[in-house]
Design a protein around this ligand. Structure first.
Ligand code: URP
Ligand code: ZN
Ligand code: ZN
Length: 484
């Protein structure tokens, strides 16, 4: 079906222009002033609106089994929520259990994603280390189109990897032209602090924030950056929540390292006072890792987005219901970690970022879409309003308003961490590869309409011909290493 989006202002990350956009067969066929409408084309009026690349959320957990619960927004509802808020691609995490095959995890996630309503890609988590993982990483890159590998430096006794595993995996990434991602919190220190606060009788959600201070994130971020430097690979730090972590990233970039940082929309707006709320459910609904920070950290994150030392805004959408959160009623360490935000990310960021003058509309496009596409190596197929690009587009009405409320959201959870937030700037229409998925407040996305997006390895290979070598470490320090 051919569509002509007429009368809007096309906004890309680097420039804006008054132009019409012609969409044909799921891709952008032409951009220019006063385009002729072909016969049978549907005309979409974008007068007074911006026509922007659909958002890319590089960090989601749809239908994730975690901490004794499974996040309730599956690929169908998570991606429908995304489309209702102007996001047209998500990148989710395949997370094998320690000891489980990466290839099996990939198949598992492909099956879960069959209901996706928008396009999606995967990161692969490295949760253990062995020759099997070393070998399967190659299949992920060369056969499955996964060029990013996630490492949890937290969640001790579950998903956490140690420095030996981190270094081996980072070397392997370098050899494969892949990029490691880290959840940067010092899991050993977190575990000790959790025991300390539980021992002192702190069992409520506030204990979650006390036991994960900014220092645990700053330390782990610095460590991961230095390990990446020694392994000769780039690094992407997920959910950068505090000044300590941001400064480590900014410093590394100043030194010439290729390090990327990803604040979440939640951390930009919400602070640790949320955990002091007397209503246990309210506070537990906001438990995620890293936790919301003292307000002063937010200025650092905004400055990072403005200056370019932080590149993308994500959600880490991992939606647990109030009932699921109650698994931790008497022990905060058992509250499933995660919050929602997929449908709110773009309207909230526009309101708090563009309408306040912190970000230009072009910078908004950069941090919600283009930078992710470039960093994850799917640009300009995604992240651009350009001829030949996928017609993943949002027609953005900067004057439209709404007040966020869980009662009206698409997400399946029963609360919203942005409840009551007044947004000005909303998608009037969202197109996923040329198909209308959201129009004037009505969802018309189709389950299963999304496609898997394979991503090529990065061209710059820093360590060539990495091979597996087993050895017996003299003091039992390492089980194996990768040598160039
Ligand atoms: O609390 C969070 N962030 N839950 C999802 C898993 C993760 O750490 O990203
Ligand atoms: Zn994480
Ligand atoms: Zn996450």
């Amino acid at each position: 079906m051919t569509k002509l989006i007429r009368g809007g202002t096309v906004v890309n990350h680097d420039h804006s222009q008054r132009a019409d956009v012609l969409v044909r067969d799921g891709a952008i066929a032409a951009i220019g002033p006063d385009l002729e409408a072909p016969a049978n084309a549907e005309t979409i009026d974008a007068g007074g609106c911006y026509v922007m690349p659909g958002g890319i959320d590089p960090h989601t957990h749809l239908e994730l089994p975690f901490m004794g619960a499974v996040s309730v927004d599956d690929f169908e509802w998570g991606t429908k929520a995304a489309l209702s808020g102007g996001t047209t691609m998500v990148v989710d995490f395949c997370i094998p259990n320690p000891g489980q095959s990466l290839l099996a995890a990939y198949q598992d996630w492909r099956r879960k994603a069959e209901g996706a309503a928008c396009d999606y890609g995967f990161h692969m988590a490295v949760t253990w280390w062995d020759k099997q993982v070393f070998d399967e990483m190659e299949t992920c890159v060369k056969t499955y189109g996964i060029n990013t590998f996630k490492h949890f430096m937290a969640y001790k006794g579950a998903l956490m990897v140690n420095d030996d595993e981190l270094y081996n995996s980072f070397l392997r990434c370098a050899g494969l032209g892949a990029m490691p991602l880290v959840h940067a919190e010092n899991g050993d220190v977190v575990w000790r602090l959790q025991q300390h606060y539980l021992g002192a009788g702190v069992t409520g959600p506030e204990g979650h924030a006390y036991s994960r201070p900014p220092g645990v994130e700053g330390e782990a971020t610095n460590r991961a950056i230095m390990i990446a430097d020694m392994a000769g690979c780039p690094l992407y730090v997920v959910h950068t929540s505090c000044r300590d972590a941001h400064e480590a990233i900014a410093r590394a970039r100043t030194n010439g390292q290729r390090v990327f940082g990803e604040p979440l929309i939640q951390h930009l707006l919400l602070d640790e006072d949320e955990y002091r709320n007397k209503d246990w459910d309210y506070a537990a609904q906001r438990v995620m890792s890293p936790p919301f920070r003292p307000k002063a950290h937010q200025a650092s994150l905004w400055a990072g987005l403005q200056s370019g030392s932080l590149q993308v805004v994500a959600t880490d959408h991992c939606a647990f219901t109030s009932e699921q959160k109650r698994l931790g009623r008497s022990d905060f360490t058992k509250i499933p970690n995660g919050t929602g935000g997929l449908e709110d990310r773009m309207p909230v960021l526009w309101t708090a970022g563009v309408n306040t003058g912190r970000l230009t509309k072009e910078e908004f496009v950069a941090v919600t879409s283009t930078n992710s596409a470039r960093i994850l190596n799917v640009y300009p197929k995604k992240g651009a309003v350009a001829v030949g690009a996928d017609a993943d587009l949002v027609v953005w009405d900067p004057r439209a308003t709404k007040t966020i409320t869980a009662n009206k959201q698409v997400s399946r959870i029963d609360y919203n961490v942005f409840e009551g937030f007044r947004c000005t700037g909303l998608p009037r229409l969202t197109l996923t590869r040329g198909k209308v998925a959201w129009r004037d407040g009505a969802l018309c996305a189709e389950a299963g309409g999304g496609a898997y997006v394979a991503r090529d390895p990065y061209p710059a290979v820093h360590v060539a011909n990495a091979t597996w070598r087993e050895f017996t470490a003299p003091r039992g320090v390492a089980r194996a290493e990768v040598t160039p």
